[in-house]
Design a protein around this ligand. Structure first.
Ligand SMILES: [Zn+2]
Length: 542
C-alpha cells in the first residue's frame, strides 16, 4: 500500500513538472503583408467585387482594426515599413524618409544604400543595399534573438527598402527586384550567392515577362462603377504610350526594359509567388520554432502614383491582388496548415486624391508646389542674405540650413529661420512652417505637433518643416502621392488572421506602432528595443 502511494506521488510529481515544463505554443510561421499605398477605404470600396477567399476572408474571419493611424510624417515607404516592424517612429529609428540629407556627406542619401556591400544575382547598382542606416531592432530581429537565431527571417518585395527594412539586421535573407535585369536579387550583406529557389523564380519571371504584352481589365470596363472614366487628364500614360487608357500596350516597352513589370499588377503576382517559393525553399513554418516572412507588395504604389486613387487601373489592380491573395492564402493552408500560421495585412501609407480630380468636384486642393516652392525658397534666401548656399537641401518638406556655412552663428540662423518662415507662409498651399528644434512652440493641433516631433532626428532632420494645406500635393500633377499627416495618408488597413486571433472588429484608436508590440505579445518575445506601441488587446483568443 505504502509503495502504491509513493508511486502515485511520483507520478503526480512527474505530470506536475511536465505541466510547467510545457512551452506556450506559438505559431510556426508569421507572415507580414504590407500593401504599398493601400488606403483603408479600398477594403470597402471594391468589397462587393472581391472573392470570398481573398480580402473578404480576412474581413469576415480576421480581427479588423478599423481605425489604424500613422503617428508621424513623412508618410512614405521606408519610414512606414520601418515603423510596422520596429514599433517605433522616424525620430528614433533614423529612417526619416526614403531619402534624406546627410550633413556629413553634404548630399542626399537613400535609406538602404550601403557602398560596403555588393549586388548578388546581377551586377547592377540595385543590390548595393543593406539595413545599416536603421538604428534600432525589428520584431524579426527580436524573434531571431529570442530563439537563439534558430528561427528564420526572410524579406521579399519588389522595392529594396520594402524587403530590407522589415527583415531586420539579422535576417537570413532579403530579396528585391532589379529593374535593369528583371531578376530577384540580394546583396553580400546577406550572402554571396542566390539560393536555387530564387534562381528558379528568376527563370519563371523571364518566361512570364513574355506573357505581359497587354494589360486588359479583368471584367468588362463598364462594370468599374467605383472609378472615374478611364480617360481623364490627370492620369499619366506608361512610357511608350500616348494615352493612359486600357488596353495598355506593354510589349515594346518591356522589350526595352523589364523594369516596367514593377508597375503592373503582375508585379504583385510575382511577389506572392516569390513568397510561396521562399516558404518552400527555406522550409519555413515546418517545425516548432517560429519563422517570419515579410512580404511587401510594391506594385500598388507604382500604379497609384501613375494613375491616382480613383482610376480604373487602381480598381483593376486591387481586384487582381484580391485573387492573388486568395491563392496565397490557400497555399498557406495547404503547405503550412490552418492553425499553424498567423498573418497581418496592412499598408505603409495611404494616398491623396489627385488635385485636378478634386477640383472638378469643387473640393479644395492644389499641386505643382514642390519644384516651384523650392525655387522660390532659394531665390528668397539669395535676395535676402546674398547666397543660395545658406540652404543645403530641401527634401521631405524640410529645409536644411547650411550649418557649416553658418558656423554656429545663432543670431544669423534665427534671422534666416524667422524671415524664411514668414515668407513661406505667404505662399499658396502652405498652412504653416514649423521650426523643427522648437516644435512645441508652434501653434498647431496636438496630433500634428506629435507627428512632426516623431520625425525629428537631430542628425538626420532639417531645420524647418513646411506644412501644406490638406488636399495639396507635393509635385504630382498626374496620378497621386502621399507624405502628409492628413487622414488620406495616415489611415491604413490592419487585419490579423490565423492562429491565436479572435475574429472581430475594433473601432478604437490603434497606431502603426502597435503592430510590432502585438506580434511580440503573441509570440511571447521581447518587443523591438525602441518600440513605443502597445499590444492590441482585443485580438487574442487567450
Ligand atoms: Zn509611394
Amino acid at each position: 500500500m505504502f509503495q502504491k502511494i509513493i508511486c502515485l506521488f511520483l507520478l503526480f510529481l512527474v505530470s506536475f513538472s511536465n505541466l510547467f515544463a510545457q512551452k506556450t505554443t506559438a505559431p510556426k510561421l508569421v507572415i507580414g503583408i504590407v500593401v504599398d499605398q493601400m488606403r483603408w477605404d479600398y477594403l470597402y470600396r471594391y468589397q462587393e467585387k472581391y472573392t470570398a477567399d481573398g480580402l473578404n476572408k480576412l474581413l469576415s474571419k480576421g480581427y479588423v482594426c478599423q481605425n489604424t493611424q500613422i503617428p508621424y510624417v513623412p508618410t512614405y515607404t521606408a519610414p512606414g515599413h520601418t515603423c510596422i516592424y520596429t514599433g517605433s517612429v522616424p525620430a528614433i529609428t533614423g529612417i526619416v524618409g526614403n531619402n534624406w540629407y546627410d550633413k556629413n556627406l553634404n548630399k542626399n542619401v537613400y535609406c538602404t544604400d550601403d557602398n560596403q556591400v555588393k549586388s548578388v544575382g546581377d551586377s547592377s547598382v540595385a543590390g548595393i543595399m543593406s539595413p545599416k542606416k536603421l538604428l534600432v531592432t525589428t520584431i524579426t530581429d527580436e524573434l531571431r534573438l529570442a530563439t537563439n537565431f534558430k528561427s528564420k527571417s526572410i524579406g521579399i518585395a519588389i522595392k529594396d527598402r520594402g524587403a530590407i527594412l522589415p527583415a531586420g539586421h539579422s535576417a537570413n535573407g532579403a530579396y528585391w527586384f532589379s529593374g535593369a535585369t528583371g531578376k530577384w536579387i540580394t546583396s553580400t550583406y546577406y550572402r554571396n550567392d542566390l539560393p536555387s529557389w530564387v534562381q528558379a523564380e528568376n527563370t519563371k519571371v523571364a518566361s512570364d515577362k513574355m506573357m505581359q504584352k497587354t494589360w486588359q481589365t479583368i471584367m468588362e470596363i463598364e462594370k468599374y462603377h467605383e472609378s472615374t472614366e478611364d480617360k481623364v487628364s490627370w492620369e499619366a500614360p506608361y512610357r511608350g504610350e500616348t494615352e493612359p487608357v486600357f488596353e495598355h500596350q506593354l510589349e515594346a516597352e518591356l522589350m526595352k526594359s523589364p523594369d516596367l513589370l514593377r508597375a503592373l499588377p503582375y508585379g504583385n503576382t510575382m511577389t506572392l509567388e516569390m513568397a510561396e517559393a521562399a516558404i518552400k525553399g527555406e522550409e519555413m513554418g515546418t517545425d516548432a520554432i517560429t519563422d517570419f516572412l515579410t512580404v511587401s507588395l510594391s506594385s500598388t504604389d507604382y500604379i497609384g502614383h501613375q494613375f491616382g486613387t480613383n482610376s480604373v487601373e487602381i480598381e483593376d489592380t486591387y481586384l487582381r491582388l484580391d485573387k492573388d491573395l486568395a491563392s496565397f492564402f490557400s497555399f498557406l493552408d495547404a503547405s503550412v496548415g490552418k492553425g499553424n500560421y498567423v498573418l497581418f495585412l496592412t499598408a505603409d501609407h495611404g494616398a491623396a486624391h489627385n488635385a485636378s480630380f478634386l477640383q472638378t468636384h469643387k473640393i479644395p486642393s492644389g499641386n505643382e508646389l514642390s519644384d516651384s516652392l523650392s525655387k522660390k525658397v532659394y531665390d528668397f534666401v539669395e535676395a535676402e542674405f546674398g547666397t543660395k548656399d545658406l540652404i543645403s537641401s530641401i527634401i521631405n518638406q524640410q529645409i536644411y540650413l547650411n550649418e557649416k556655412l553658418l558656423k554656429g552663428d545663432a543670431a544669423k540662423t534665427n534671422a534666416i529661420i524667422q524671415k524664411l518662415s514668414q515668407y513661406i507662409k505667404t505662399l499658396d498651399g502652405v498652412a504653416d512652417v514649423v521650426d523643427l528644434k522648437h516644435v512645441n512652440d508652434a501653434t498647431l493641433v496636438q496630433d500634428y505637433k506629435t507627428a512632426i516631433t516623431n520625425t525629428y532626428n537631430a542628425q538626420r532632420s532639417g531645420n524647418l518643416y513646411i506644412v501644406l494645406q490638406a488636399g495639396w500635393m507635393d509635385d504630382f500633377t498626374k496620378g497621386t502621392t502621399h507624405g502628409s499627416f492628413y487622414k488620406y495618408d495616415t489611415h491604413i488597413p490592419l487585419i490579423w488572421y490565423g492562429a491565436g486571433v479572435k475574429p472581430g472588429k475594433d473601432y478604437g484608436q490603434i497606431y502603426m506602432t502597435d503592430i510590432a508590440a502585438t506580434i511580440a505579445a503573441m509570440l511571447h518575445i521581447q518587443e523591438p528595443n525602441a518600440c513605443v506601441g502597445k499590444p492590441i488587446q482585443g485580438l487574442f483568443t487567450k
